[in-house]
Write a protein that binds this ligand. Structure first.
Ligand SMILES: C[S@@+](CC[C@H](N)C(=O)[O-])C[C@H]1O[C@@H](n2cnc3c(N)ncnc32)[C@H](O)[C@@H]1O
Length: 243
């Protein structure tokens, strides 16, 4: 995917993102983040269509956002409350804002949208710079599952109906920890493709990035309801605190 850039995913999927992810309920994550934010200001990395930011702001939390895709942000602007959120269009591995925050968060595996380890470490460093002393950085990420791949590829049917099929086709580069995928939707005789590239990191690698950039790990859960994390967990919510 040579022509894939930081805005490609959002620009291509913006028109169907909310429909595609309609089954996701942000309520538990919003309650968790509101609890941590208290009366402080909050920044979301990869704010997208405001799936999490809008209900968080509706609880009275002052939320700002960063996103690479103007088209994703346009979707948020069209929703109730969408014009009340300050968004910077840019890369969340290299941002420089004037404001400082009590909480920065990145959910739904969006941290892995950063293409390589350098960009991911830079993101931690940028977050540390933008946090108030004692501020927190929260990540929601999947735990890598290499069993999904068969000789470096996977093809999965995620939905199937009389006039609708959804297929995920992926290539895995184990050395770079990169997965390049196409979400393919064929419906009513029309085919659409939504590319996405992820550079995954193990929870332990995230902990090392955190230590390198002045954080200590405060908590790791298996989900937003603070379920215990174990080696069987498929995803995690991790809270780092600026030392
Ligand atoms: C999977 S969506 C998540 C959107 C929202 N946080 C949610 O949970 O629904 C990922 C978002 O991150 C944005 N994004 C991807 N790479 C980015 C980057 N390097 N800098 C800023 N935004 C980026 C995309 O444009 C997209 O809006």
């Amino acid at each position: 995917m040579d022509r894939y850039a930081k805005e490609t995913y959002g620009d291509r999927i913006a028109g169907v993102y909310d429909e595609y992810h309609a089954r996701l309920n942000p309520a538990d994550g919003v309650a968790f983040l509101a609890d941590l934010a208290g009366a402080g200001r909050v920044l979301e990395l990869g704010i997208g269509t405001g799936r999490v930011a809008l209900p968080l702001a509706a609880r009275g939390v002052k939320v700002d956002g960063i996103d690479a895709s103007q088209r994703m942000v346009d979707q948020m602007r069209a929703k109730p409350g969408g014009n009340g959120i300050d968004v910077t269009i840019g890369d969340f591995s290299s941002f420089a804002l004037d404001d400082r925050y009590a909480l920065v968060y990145v959910v739904f595996n969006t941290f892995f949208a950063l293409f390589d380890q350098d960009a991911q470490v830079l993101c931690f460093e940028r977050v540390a710079t933008h946090l108030e002393p004692g501020g927190r950085f929260v990540l929601e990420c999947f735990v890598p599952d290499l069993a999904r791949f068969d000789r470096g590829q996977s093809t999965t049917t995620t939905q199937l109906d009389v006039d609708d099929v959804r297929i995920d086709a992926s290539l895995h580069d184990a050395a770079a920890q990169v997965v390049r995928s196409q979400h393919i939707i064929i419906r009513d005789g029309k085919l659409e493709m939504f590319p996405v590239a992820l550079r995954y990191a193990w929870p332990s690698e995230l902990d090392l990035m955190a230590r390198l950039t002045g954080f200590e790990r405060e908590a790791r859960y298996a989900g937003w309801n603070r379920e215990p994390f174990s080696s069987a967990s498929v995803s995690h919510v991790t809270v780092y605190r600026k030392s």
